[in-house]
Design a protein around this ligand. Structure first.
Ligand code: PLP
Length: 372
């Protein structure tokens, strides 16, 4: 059986170092906001190339806290419009509605599945104040163009980098393009903790400080509260785990890209549309961290069943678009055809650093042998 993502095997590679890091935290006697978090924040900021990294409890909180901080800073107010891809994981949109801002859904580029700059331009009104750019499946959105649009219209840009740790355009990484970025270190993400964890990156001093305060009860000084804040902190144990795993992120990403390139080269079944068809491979796949390798087919459920029968586990990212979720039945109306057809046709093949060459070849052969 080829599992979709064998987290046990992935973490087993670093078992000794993780146990040492764990012991270091236990023996320190200090479990919240200590030396591990501080060191990880510095290391991850250096990795992304940003001035600041602020550890928070999870990826959703990272996104929520950026928007909340912009409200506290007077840059956003209730009811302001925020442009966000219709084709995303629901967390990108929850961060907007949680803050009483208005999500304006925009259809993706049908080639990359990422938000289309052209459609962003068409969605801008005089109420638009921000864009949430999601690097879906690990591929950077068209950030140079999105930043051009944002600068022209004086909009804030929040990157949702939860799937794109280390992906870059011209050497500039996810998390360093927008005015701020949210990262998730959920265990299955490319940089995964052994529990929940997240972070914000930014180059803005005031934003960084506001998020720190908001995530710690709104307190800038013990027992003094500036805001009605929340408790959303990265803890010492997860920071220590992340410090170990950050050192292997680039080699894991390299392996993901190799697997993706091998899939793209090897899968030639006309019934299966590959994700890299639009990518200039000569650029070295720098812009894609391949959190997911997502193929597309008109016979998705049939292909998934077939692969399962031959022993290959696949997943669907995602089966139901956010605007069609019950949670949002009173928020969104109308159809988003591109997004809906993506949701009904996508299937994610296994990609992880612990897959062997023969696992990859087995998946390719199975895909090519499939007859719909
Ligand atoms: C995982 C994910 C999140 C949320 O991260 P959590 O740590 O699970 O809260 C947000 N956005 C996207 C695109 C994600 O994939």
């Amino acid at each position: 059986m080829i599992s979709f993502l064998d987290l046990k095997a992935i973490n087993a590679q670093y078992r000794d170092e993780l146990i040492q890091a764990c012991a270091r935290v236990i023996d320190s006697g200090w479990y919240i906001q200590g030396a591990e978090v501080k060191a990880f924040e510095q290391e991850f900021a250096d990795y992304c190339g940003t001035k600041h990294c602020i550890g928070v409890a999870n990826g959703l909180d990272a996104l929520i806290l950026v928007l909340r901080a912009w409200k506290e800073m007077g840059k956003l107010k209730d009811g302001d419009e925020v442009i966000v891809p219709a084709n995303t994981y629901i967390a990108s949109i929850l961060a907007i509605t949680e803050n009483h801002l208005r999500p304006v859904l925009v259809e993706p580029d049908p080639a990359t599945y990422n938000i289309s700059p052209e459609n962003i331009r068409a969605a801008i009104t005089d109420k638009t104040k921000a864009i949430v750019a999601v690097h879906l499946y690990g591929q950077l959105a068209d950030m140079p163009e999105i930043m051009n649009i944002a600068n022209k219209h004086d909009l804030l840009v929040l990157e949702d980098s939860a799937q794109a740790h280390g992906a870059a355009i011209n050497g500039k990484k996810a998390g360093n393009w927008g005015h701020a970025s949210g990262f998730s270190f959920y265990p299955g993400k490319n940089l995964g903790a052994l529990g929940d964890a997240g972070a914000v990156t930014t180059n803005n001093d005031e934003l960084a400080q506001t998020i720190r305060v908001l995530g710690n009860y709104g307190s800038n000084k013990k027992y003094e509260n500036l805001y009605q804040g929340v408790n959303s902190r990265l803890d010492e144990m997860q920071a220590a785990m992340l410090r170990v795993k950050l050192r292997y992120l680039d080699s894991e990403t390299k392996r993901r890209r190799e697997i993706a390139a091998t899939y793209a080269d090897g899968i030639n079944n006309p019934a299966i549309l590959l994700p890299v068809s639009s990518i200039d491979v000569s650029r070295g796949l720098e812009h894609h961290a391949f959190h997911l390798f997502v193929v597309r087919t008109g016979q998705r459920d049939c292909l998934q069943q077939y692969l399962s029968n031959v022993g290959i586990q696949t997943m669907i990212h995602y089966p139901i678009a956010p605007h069609n979720q019950k949670a949002y039945s009173r928020v969104f109306s109308g159809h988003f055809d591109t997004t809906e057809s993506i949701h009904s046709e996508v299937l994610s093949l296994p990609v992880s650093s612990v897959m062997s060459g023969s696992d990859v070849a087995f998946v390719i052969d199975a895909c090519n042998a499939y007859r719909g």
